[in-house]
Design a protein around this ligand. Structure first.
Ligand SMILES: N[C@@H](CCC(=O)N[C@@H](CS)C(=O)NCC(=O)O)C(=O)O
Length: 217
């Protein structure tokens, strides 16, 4: 009888996290199987998990190799690893120039765009009245508008951030989804909106958010 082979990856995740969603999209782009392991954020992390993700953060990706396992934490490290590990996939960069360009955009999405959206999300959706700061919200909105303006111009000549689809777009996909929660009007940024729609049309996006499964059931 043929033995079923264990998937080559285990993804430690918290399903509603946009960073974990980004890894699911990346693994779907590659077309590889993985074992999902939900981590309860309210419980203390186990020693075994902390060996894989020393600060206890999610996502963490483990590749099972013949000689042992390779554990990777931090979203940009995970996505960069996958793009190098699977050079023939849609995540692979064809040359050094495109890798450098993709790296710039990946870094911007993870620091610049995430910082503004996250700050807005906290002010508008998470904090209670006494924790809110109008000044922080205004600054986050100003940053976001400036970033969206630059992105809109940049995307006038490209379908994706660095030309061809890359891991920068992978990370941007669930971050753009957060825009709906913070009620950003995308009407002023038509190219960003079309880019978001192109990202959502990719088969790798299907079923990545836990609420997609709720809708199906
Ligand atoms: N710097 C981390 C950010 C990821 C992150 O913020 N993960 C959150 C879930 S959305 C998390 O793990 N929070 C729990 C914790 O840090 O203990 C990365 O790049 O992967």
């Amino acid at each position: 009888m043929a033995q079923s082979k264990a998937p080559p990856f285990t993804l430690y995740e918290y399903r509603p996290s946009p960073f974990c969603v980004a890894v699911r999209i990346a693994l779907n782009e590659i077309g590889t199987e993985f074992t999902p392991r939900e981590v309860d954020l309210k419980k203390p992390r186990t020693a075994a998990f902390l060996k894989r993700s020393p600060f206890g953060g999610l996502p963490a990706l483990v590749e099972h190799r013949p000689g042992g396992e390779l554990a990777i934490f931090e979203i940009t490290a995970i996505l960069s690893f996958l793009s190098e590990r699977f050079p023939e996939s849609s995540l692979g960069f064809p040359d050094m120039q495109s890798r450098a360009e993709g790296g710039c955009w990946l870094s911007f999405i993870n620091t610049g765009l995430v910082a503004s959206v996250w700050s807005l999300l906290l002010e508008r959706c998470v904090y209670q009245d006494e924790e809110k700061s109008e000044m922080v919200e205004r600054r986050a909105m100003q940053n976001l508008e400036q970033q969206l303006g630059v992105l809109d111009k940049h995307l006038a000549r490209r379908a994706f951030l660095s030309g061809a689809y890359s891991v920068a777009d992978t990370l941007a996909t669930p971050i753009l989804d957060l825009f709906e929660m913070v009620e950003i009007d995308m009407g002023a940024y038509p190219r960003v909106r079309s880019w978001r729609d192109r990202l959502r049309d990719r088969p790798s996006y299907k079923g990545v958010w836990p609420y997609d499964e709720d809708i199906k059931s």
